[in-house]
Write a protein that binds this ligand. Structure first.
Ligand code: 5GP
Ligand code: MG
Length: 192
């Protein structure tokens, strides 16, 4: 009988980053971040749900004390961006006077991180804001935004796994891969 992980694997047409590759890269990113923020009071702001695995693994590698807050936003439907960023909570974490490192799974058009950074700057006046993403897509940004820390650069493909979903599936894959065409169609939203 096929396992659940096996069933998911059948729907991935290519593995881009194996678990061990991701872990090695996180070691490097963590040592860079630890040295950049040494002696500073850091607040990590993880953008849910996509950065859950990335955040959990990266934060356990950071050496300094830090505060963790989460932010829930949505801007994506299926495999294409809408450009409209919705904040799913009433209040932003209070990061006034703090060094903030925003963690997200992937930088694509830039809409999401731009909206978050703008809102934080306007509403809570942090001391500094930097951006850390696991993946950065090779596409023209629709918003002016640079990431300060990047795990991997990728081509313009829709990827899943290690926190990233397609229609809320595949987040629990331990690696990052590309969904097959059949699976894209199989799980596509159905409009009446
Ligand atoms: P942006 O606002 O930069 O266009 O998109 C950022 C958000 O869109 C990410 O946080 C992520 O949730 C979603 N996203 C963008 N590209 C991909 C992708 O290739 N795969 C998945 N699963 N989500 C993506
Ligand atoms: Mg996201």
């Amino acid at each position: 009988m096929p396992t659940a992980a096996g069933e998911m694997r059948d729907e991935i047409r290519a593995v881009l980053f194996r678990e061990s590759t991701i872990m090695s890269r996180l070691d490097e990113m963590a040592s860079q971040i630890s040295s950049d923020y040494a002696g500073k009071d850091l607040t990590v702001l993880a953008v849910l749900n996509g950065s859950l695995m990335f955040g959990a693994d990266l934060l356990r590698r950071l050496e300094m004390p830090l505060r963790l807050d989460c932010l829930s936003v949505s801007s994506y439907h299926g495999a294409s961006t809408t450009g409209v960023v919705k904040f799913n909570q009433l209040h932003l974490p209070d990061v006034h006077g703090r060094h903030v490192l925003i963690l997200d799974d992937i930088l694509d058009s830039g809409h999401t991180l731009h909206a978050i950074r703008d809102k934080l700057q306007n509403e809570t006046s942090p001391l500094s804001i930097k951006i850390c993403v696991l993946l950065r897509k090779d596409v023209p940004r629709q918003r002016e935004l640079e990431a300060d820390y990047v795990g991997f650069d990728i081509a313009n493909e829709f990827v899943v796994g290690y926190g990233l979903d397609y229609m809320e599936r595949f987040r629990n894959l331990p690696y990052i891969g590309v969904v097959s065409e059949e699976a894209i169609v199989k799980y596509a939203p159905k409009f009446a």
